[in-house]
Every structure is written in C-alpha cells, then in structure tokens.
Design a protein around this ligand. Sequence first.
Ligand code: ATP
Ligand code: MG
Length: 395
Amino acid sequence: MKYKAFLIKYAEIGIKGKNRYVFEDALCERIAEKLAKVADGFEVIREQGRIRVNCPDVYDYDEAVEQMKTVFGVWEICPAYVIEDASWDSLTTGVGDYFEERYGNTPHTFKVEARRSDKSYPIQSPQICSDMGAYLLDRFSELKVDVHHPEILLYVEIRNMAYVYSESVKGLGGMPLGSSGRAMLLLSGGIDSPVAGYMVAKRGVTIDAVYFHAPPYTSERAKQKVVDLARLISVYTGPIKLHVVNFTDIQLAIIDKCPRDELTIIMRRYMMRIAEHFAYQNKCQALITGESIGQVASQTPQSLVATNAVCTLPVYRPVIAFDKQDIVDIAVKINTYETSIQPYEDCCTIFVAKHPVTKPYLDIIVRSEKKLTGTIEPLVEKAINEVEIIEVTDN
Ligand code: ATP
Ligand code: MG
C-alpha cells in the first residue's frame, strides 16, 4: 500500500485557548525535523484539530513511522490513502480499492466515519457514511456493518482531496518540545537520571544537562558513558548542551574538611548549586534529578531537605515515587538501560562513607559546610569557569 499522507492526532495541547497555535506549531516543527531525516519533500501542515503530513513520491514508510514515534505530542499516526479526485464516483472506487488492497474480501464488520471539511462538497457527512457503506457492502460480499463495535473503522475525510484511513500507530503522547520552557538535568551515568530527563522532556520541556566528573578518580570512559546517554535521550529530547564539570578539587576539599559520613550530602549540595548556576545562565526554569525516595542514603526525605535547601529554582524529580523496576522499565523502553548498567565508576561513589548519614539535620550540615569557607569558593569558581560544553545530538 502506498500511503501519500499521514494524519497525526494529538491528545493534549497544553494551556489551550490562544496559545494553542504555539503547541501546534511546535509539534509541526518537531515532526518536520524528524521527517527531514527520512527524505526530502515532506510537507507538515497544521489543520483544525490535527496535523497532516503530505509525503514525497519516494520515501521509506517504516522509517517515517519510526521517526514520528519519537516525537512528543503525537498521539496517533494514521497512514492515509489519498484520492485526488473526490467526486463521488472516483471517491467510492478509490475507497473500495483501498479496502480491497488492505483487507481483501475477508469476513469483517465495519463502519464508515465521514468528515467533510470542504463544506461545499455536495453530499453531507451522514449521507456519505451510509452511501459509502452501501457501496462497500455491494462490492465485498463478506462484509457486515456493525455500528457499535466494528472491526474496521474506516475514516473518509474530504478536503480538497479525500483521505482514507483505518489504521493507526500509537505515538508517545506528551507535549511537543519547545512548548514548556527549559530545565537543567543533572545527568549521571546511572539508570534514573536519563529517565527523569526523558519524562520531563515529554511534557514539552527543552533539556540541557550537567555532569560532574572527578578525574583521575573517574575515567574518560565514565564520561563517555554519560555522553552516550545524553545522545540516546536526545533522540526524544532534541539536541542537549551537556556541561561537563570537573568536580575533583571540590570533592577533595569536602573530604578534607567535613565529616566523612556527610560527604555525599555536602557533595550533592555543591552539585545543585553549580547546576543552578548553569541553569540560570541558560535561562532554565528548573533543575531535574533522578532522585527517588529512599533509594539510597542521600535520597531519604531528610536528605532531600538538605539537598533541596540550596536551590532557589524548582527541582523536578519525576521518578520520586517510582519503584526501581518502574524506572528500569522506562529505561528499557527508551533504550538507555543497557548503557546505564555498564560498570563505570561515578564520582559520588568513589569516596563514599561506609555508613553515610541517612537522616541529616540541615543545621548540622550547614555548620559542617562552614568549615569550607575560604577554601571552596575559588574551587567552585574554577570548576564553573573551566566547564567543558559538549553539544550532543542523535545525528
Ligand atoms: P542515577 O541512576 O540517576 O545515577 P542514583 O540512584 O545513582 O541515580 P544518586 O547518585 O544519589 O542516585 O544521584 C541522585 C541524582 O543526582 C541523580 O539521579 C542525578 O540526577 C544526580 N547526580 C548524581 N551524581 C551525578 C553526577 N556525577 N553528575 C550529575 N548528576 C548527578
Ligand atoms: Mg548515580
């Protein structure tokens, strides 16, 4: 079957009303970007309540569908058969030919659903449904009508041309990228943070990222793993500006001056501060982490109080209430899992105490941190100034 168009349905277009076109335009743009990778000549057009894609003469159908399945905001992808001459005789023959090629003369129940966007078309929608139904019953002896639970729901849409479709491929849902601001993801090499970034991006938020490494205690390979993860999620999130921050001296200073069992919490507070610096610099409205209640000592509710206390921006923690397995399921689905489980050391784990505090008191942490005054400021400044920025795309 040669499909010359797709009708794209979206579920939710956020903050509706007058902003609606912002979402629809963003969705059109994202779809067009993805299809440009498949072939030249796709046309993506905003229509009432949906998006229409006109296809070039030559393109790879499977590849086009796969690309559209990575676009947030797409609810359903309906491959459509185009009948250029929508006059009644040509329309009925065309719809019959579509049906024959798609289903043959096999026993099925069906129903026709017609929509007439071209109001000058001489036949009204209910009439199109019943007359088209009669035509198909006549042409295919094995067909039966079932208006309540049809096996085949055949849509006929009449515009300047007619579009016929009866199949759909499920999209990702969510909201189009570029429709809901920007956030800075703290991206480690683990399972959780790539999933967290994906989930927030799915709500239309553009993502930047920051990764803290501690050479020579963490290897180039550990850094490469994070770049790989950023690349894997960029299939969905679009290009990511990854900030790689050398955290070694800060970490060593904390080890030197602060109680060992508070190391992780104090380190996490410095990560948040530096991430927030880059968030403001990139006009982000939030930070994102992969924290989940109780997963490790630094993610108890008390630890989260201590970490959160240094942030002035909201911190999005989309997996906060997820079980590990639920996070793993998403990681598998978005293809980050295999990379995340590669065994490369993380800067959080190398110096970590055997028995880290699990219920830190904020005032005690703040008091411990005071011991860093005079030492840590130039180190933070240096880490920020010497940031390495990697533009990550899925190309
Ligand atoms: P993940 O699977 O995302 O690595 P985790 O279970 O290892 O999470 P932690 O190491 O406690 O959890 O980190 C909690 C969150 O802090 C991470 O999800 C991530 O957002 C951020 N984070 C931790 N380490 C780093 C790092 N080296 N660089 C950037 N962000 C980090
Ligand atoms: Mg981690």
